[in-house]
Design a protein around this ligand. Structure first.
Ligand code: GLA
Length: 704
C-alpha cells in the first residue's frame, strides 16, 4: 500500500506519495472531496520497450531513477557523486506542511523539501535544501525544486522585456522537449522575470485551468518547463549557479529560494488574489500600518539639476498638490552632476547644498510631508574618491577588462569592509537627517561577478540581503524601495526588506497599462510605484491627457514624476483632484480583491477592478488602449460582485470629454444615477461609451 501524505487548504489539496521510498507529488489542484490515504493511487502502467519499472518524478528530478530530462540536483565531488538517488529518511509535520528529509548514503548527500500549503491563501510554498555529508567538498551546480503538472498544461506565459518594458507577456506552447528560461543578468532583471503561469492552452484571467509560480530570489534564476516522453510534464525552478559557484564543505547546507505556487481552475485572477493576500498577510513588513503616502519624486522634474532654492519651490508646490512624501532623486551627493561620476561617494555635495539638507528636510516636514532620498549603494564610478582609494573593491575577475554599465562598476558586497563602509555611510545619512524613505537603486547588470576569483552572484545577492537587513534593523522606521533601472529587481526575495518596487522607468501611461497589468497579476498594487509623469512621456515621446496619466497611476502606490513648479493653474487643480481621489479610495484599492479584466469582445479594452471585503464597493478603471474594433463597444463583464445585490454605478470624474469618442447619445449611467444588478454586471456586463484610444474611465459600484 502506498503511503500518501495529504495537505489540504480551504480550496486546494496536495498529495504526496512515498511509495517508491522517495516523495513524489501525485496531485496538486482543486480540493479533493475525501481523504485518499487509504487508496492505492499509484496505478501507472509500465509500457513495453521502456525501463522495467516506473520512474518516480521526485521533488528534484533524479536522473539516476531513469528520468531522461534535466536533473534537479546537479553537482560533483572531484568528478564523482554526480548522479545522486535519494531515499526518504523521515518526515516532519508542520502546521499546514511537511518537511521531507531524504538521503543518498552513497553520494553522502541529504536533501530536504519543505512544503507548506497555506490554509487561507491556497498557495503552495516550496523550498529545497541540500547538505553535504562527506568530508570532501561538494560542488553544486543546480538545486531546483520541481512540480509535476497535469497533461493539459501545455501553455506557458512568461514575462520580460527590457528597460522601460517590464512584464511584457509571452505565450509559448510546449508540445515537445522543453522551454528553459534563464536569467543571467546578476539581478532579477527586466528581460527574464521570475514569474510564470502554465496552464491549459488559451487560459485567461478569468478562465481555464492554470498554475502560477514565482521565485523569491534577486540573483540569477532558471525555470525549466519540460514534457517527458511518457507525456508527463513538470516545471523546475531555482537559482542559476555558475560553474563552481557553490562549494559545500562537510555539513554545509545550501538553501534554495522559495517558490510560491498557486493553482486555479478559473483563470489567473484567482491566483493573483492569493498572491496579494499572502504578501499582505505574511511577507511585506511595513514599519507601521498606514496608507501609502502620495509621492513626488524629483527625477524627471529636474534630473541632476539640483538647486536648493528651486527645490524649495518644488516642495511648496508638492504640498499644495496633496503630496505626502517628497523624494530627492539622484544628484545630491559629492560631485554628482551627471551619470559619469561619484557613485560611491555618499557625502552631501556641499557646493550644491552649502547649508546641508536641513533646509529642505525642514521645509518638507513643515509642510506636513516626509522626506525620502535616492541611493545606489552597490555601485561605484571609476571617477569617484571611493574608487580612487579602493579600486580593488570592485566585483570582478582580476586581469580582465570588464565592461562598464552606465559608466559604473559593482562593489563586492561580500567584502566585509565594503558592506561596512556602505552601512556606515547610510547609517550616518539616516541617523543625522529626518529621512523616512530610501529609493535603493541598482543600475547595471553583473558581468563576470567574481569574489576572490570565484563566481559571486549568489554571494553578492545574499550579502545585499544582509546589508538591507542591517539597515532595516538600525532604522526600522525607514521604508525602502527596490529600484533597478526601473523594474530590474522586482521579486519576492527582496520583499522582506523593502516596501515598494519602482515598477518601470517608463511613465508613458499606455506602456504602463501593460507593465502594471502584469505586475498586479503577481504582486499587490500598493507595492507598485506608479507615478504620473509630464504630458509628453520622457521615455517614449507619446503625449497623454492628464486624466489618462492619473487614472493609470491611481491604483498603485500613487505619485508624481514631474516638476510641479512648471504646472499651469489648471493642471494644479486637476492634479489636486486626482490626488484627493486617490486618497479617498486608497484603503479600498490597497486591501481589496484585484482582478485584471479584458473585454472578451474587444481586446483593446482592459479593466482593473478592485472589490472591497464584503462586496459592497468596487472600483473599476476601464482603459481603451487603442481604437475600439466596433462602432459600439461590446458589454464589459465584471467579476467578484454579489449576484444578489443591486449596485449604484457612477463615473467618478464626470463624463471626461477627453475620454469620450464621437457619440450622439451616451449611456445613461454617465450622467444620471443608475442601478444595475451584480449578476447582470457579471454575466452580461456594463455598457461603456465609445472611448477615445489612450483614455480611461473610473467607475464606482456601491451595493444598495
Ligand atoms: C534609475 C532609476 C530612475 C532614476 C535614475 C537616477 O534609472 O530607475 O528612476 O532614479 O536611476 O539616476
Amino acid at each position: 500500500m502506498t503511503e500518501i501524505l495529504e495537505l489540504h487548504s480551504r480550496n486546494r489539496s496536495l498529495l504526496i506519495s512515498t511509495a517508491d521510498a522517495i516523495p513524489e507529488i501525485i496531485y496538486w489542484g482543486a480540493k479533493l472531496a475525501q481523504s485518499n490515504s487509504v487508496h492505492d493511487l499509484n496505478q501507472e502502467p509500465v509500457s513495453q520497450a521502456s525501463l522495467d519499472q516506473r520512474s518516480p518524478l521526485s521533488l528534484s528530478v533524479e536522473a539516476g531513477r531513469g528520468l531522461f530530462c534535466r536533473p534537479g540536483i546537479a553537482g560533483q565531488r572531484q568528478g564523482k557523486d554526480w548522479s545522486p538517488v535519494f531515499a526518504l529518511t523521515n518526515t516532519e509535520t508542520l502546521d499546514q506542511g511537511v518537511v521531507l528529509h531524504c538521503e543518498d548514503p552513497i553520494a553522502q548527500l541529504a536533501v530536504s523539501y519543505t512544503l507548506i500549503l497555506e490554509a487561507d491563501t491556497d498557495l503552495l510554498r516550496m523550498q529545497v535544501a541540500l547538505t553535504n555529508l562527506a568530508g570532501a567538498d561538494y560542488e553544486l551546480e543546480r538545486c531546483d525544486i520541481s512540480l509535476p503538472l497535469p497533461s493539459d498544461c501545455a501553455e506557458l506565459e512568461s514575462f520580460g522585456g527590457r528597460w522601460c518594458q517590464e512584464f511584457k507577456p509571452h505565450r509559448q506552447r510546449l508540445d515537445h522537449g522543453s522551454i528553459n528560461l534563464t536569467g543571467r543578468y546578476g539581478r532579477t532583471s527586466q528581460q527574464k522575470q521570475p514569474f510564470y503561469f502554465i496552464g491549459r492552452p488559451g487560459f485567461t484571467e478569468t478562465q481555464g485551468r492554470v498554475y502560477g509560480f514565482q521565485l523569491a530570489w534577486s540573483g540569477d534564476h532558471a525555470m525549466n518547463f519540460e514534457l517527458l516522453d511518457n507525456g508527463r510534464r513538470l516545471v523546475q525552478l531555482g537559482e542559476h549557479l555558475a560553474s563552481g559557484e557553490l562549494v559545500l564543505k562537510k555539513n554545509q547546507t545550501y538553501q534554495g529560494p522559495e517558490v510560491l505556487a498557486g493553482y486555479s481552475d478559473n483563470g489567473t485572477n484567482t491566483i493573483s488574489q492569493s498572491y496579494h493576500q499572502q504578501i499582505r498577510q505574511k511577507i511585506v513588513q511595513w514599519p507601521e500600518p498606514r496608507p501609502r503616502p502620495v509621492i513626488l519624486n524629483t527625477w524627471e522634474g529636474i534630473y541632476f539639476d539640483h538647486d536648493p532654492d528651486y527645490i524649495l519651490k518644488m516642495i511648496d508646490r508638492a504640498a499644495e498638490l496633496g503630496v505626502e512624501r517628497f523624494v530627492l532623486d539622484d544628484g545630491w551627493f559629492k560631485g554628482r552632476n551627471d551619470e559619469h561620476s561619484s557613485l560611491g561617494d555618499w557625502y552631501l555635495d556641499t557646493r550644491k547644498y552649502p547649508q546641508g539638507l536641513t533646509p529642505l528636510i525642514g521645509r518638507v516636514t513643515e509642510r506636513g510631508m516626509e522626506f525620502g532620498i535616492w541611493l545606489e549603494p552597490e555601485m561605484v564610478n571609476p571617477d569617484s574618491d571611493l574608487y580612487r582609494a579602493h579600486p580593488d573593491w570592485v566585483l570582478g575577475l582580476n586581469g580582465y577588462d570588464q565592461p562598464m554599465g552606465r559608466y559604473q562598476y559593482v562593489l563586492d558586497l561580500q567584502r566585509a569592509e565594503v558592506s561596512d563602509y556602505l552601512f556606515e555611510r547610510i547609517d550616518e545619512l539616516l541617523g543625522n537627517n529626518d529621512i523616512r524613505y530610501v529609493k535603493w537603486d541598482m543600475n547595471r547588470e553583473l558581468v563576470q561577478p567574481g569574489h576572490d576569483g570565484y563566481p559571486a552572484n549568489h554571494g553578492q545577492t545574499a550579502a545585499l540581503y544582509r546589508l538591507l537587513a542591517r539597515i532595516r534593523a538600525a532604522h526600522p522606521r525607514v521604508e525602502i524601495e527596490s529600484c533597478s533601472s526601473g523594474g530590474g529587481r522586482i521579486d519576492l526575495g527582496i520583499l522582506p526588506y523593502v516596501q515598494r518596487y519602482w515598477t518601470s522607468d517608463c511613465n508613458d501611461a499606455l506602456e504602463r497599462v501593460m507593465i502594471q497589468s502584469h505586475f498586479m497579476r503577481f504582486l499587490p498594487p500598493e507595492l507598485m510605484g506608479a507615478h504620473m509623469g509630464a504630458p509628453i512621456s520622457h521615455t517614449t515621446g507619446r503625449q497623454h491627457s492628464l486624466s489618462f496619466r492619473a487614472l493609470v497611476a491611481l491604483f498603485g502606490h500613487f505619485g508624481l514624476e514631474l516638476d510641479p513648479v512648471k504646472l499651469s493653474a489648471a493642471e494644479v487643480k486637476d492634479i489636486q483632484y486626482f490626488v484627493a481621489l486617490h486618497k479617498a479610495h486608497r484603503d479600498l484599492l490597497h486591501s481589496g480583491r484585484f482582478s485584471l479584466l479584458t473585454n472578451p469582445g474587444d481586446a483593446h479594452q482592459q479593466a482593473w477592478q478592485v472589490v472591497g471585503d464584503k462586496r459592497e464597493q468596487a472600483l473599476v478603471v476601464f482603459i481603451q488602449k487603442t481604437m475600439t474594433n466596433y462602432s459600439v463597444p461590446p458589454l464589459f463583464p465584471l467579476t467578484g460582485l454579489d449576484p444578489q445585490r443591486d449596485y449604484r454605478v457612477s463615473v467618478l470624474h464626470g463624463a471626461d470629454p477627453k475620454a469620450l469618442g464621437p457619440m450622439k447619445k451616451l449611456p445613461a449611467w454617465l450622467s444620471e444615477e443608475t442601478r444595475l444588478n451584480g449578476d447582470w454586471l457579471m454575466k452580461a456586463g456594463l455598457q461603456l461609451p465609445v472611448m477615445q484610444p489612450e483614455s480611461a474611465f473610473l467607475v464606482k459600484l456601491e451595493a444598495i
